[in-house]
Design a protein around this ligand. Structure first.
Ligand SMILES: [Zn+2]
Length: 192
């Protein structure tokens, strides 16, 4: 399962990546194009349909306008969508691979996505992605080699560290208290 997340849900985007999901942030689409133009609908359609990504958005108008296009494209190649386990419009009126979120609260948003798509809510740092750039992260074998890049208190206290595999980003991660506390709450969401 892969996602593209509307720019109003930055925290949800970061946690989908942290949970290991390949997640594109809609804001980064316009940055890549290097201009200030508004989000381009055709880019979103391409990302969602051609790359089989689920769109997470709070923009009902966008969903309404995409919906007719989803139906049209998916009706033409239903087998392809079955293959990827996507929601397909077997009969008119069924869901499309969009999820509408009303509020941007992290737990409420992830709960809704979990209820719709049964995403994995168990945090595992080894399967996590970089919340900044969406690349995979790798465990650091010797923390000594990165001592100057890690805050001193964290370096002394934490044993395990991970690093973004994208050299240009190279963000370092550890299981801080903040991560642990959200991970614990996510675990509890699974009982719903
Ligand atoms: Zn990164």
């Amino acid at each position: 399962m892969k996602f593209v997340v509307d720019e109003m849900f930055g925290n949800i985007m970061r946690w989908l990546r942290t949970l290991g999901y390949d997640t594109i942030y809609a804001q980064s689409l316009s940055l890549e194009k290097n201009d200030d133009s508004e989000r381009d609908e055709s880019d979103l359609i391409e990302l969602c349909l051609n790359n089989h990504r689920i769109l997470v958005t709070g923009d009902m108008t966008l969903i309404d306008s995409l919906e007719s296009k989803f139906f049209k494209i998916m009706e033409e190649t239903p087998e392809e969508y079955e293959k990827f386990g996507m929601a397909i419009p077997v009969e008119f009126g069924m869901i499309t691979p969009c999820i509408f979120l009303r509020a941007s609260k992290l737990m409420d948003g992830l709960k809704k996505i979990y209820q719709e798509f049964r995403i994995n809510l168990l945090y595992d740092a080894d399967n996590s992605r970089c919340s900044k750039c969406n690349s995979t992260i790798m465990k650091i074998k010797r923390k000594e080699n990165y001592k100057d890049q890690i805050p001193e208190g964290v370096y002394n206290y934490q044993k395990e560290f991970w690093m973004c595999s994208n050299e240009e980003c190279a963000q370092i991660y550890w299981k801080g208290r903040h991560i642990e506390s959200i991970a614990e709450k996510l675990k509890n969401l699974r009982s719903i």
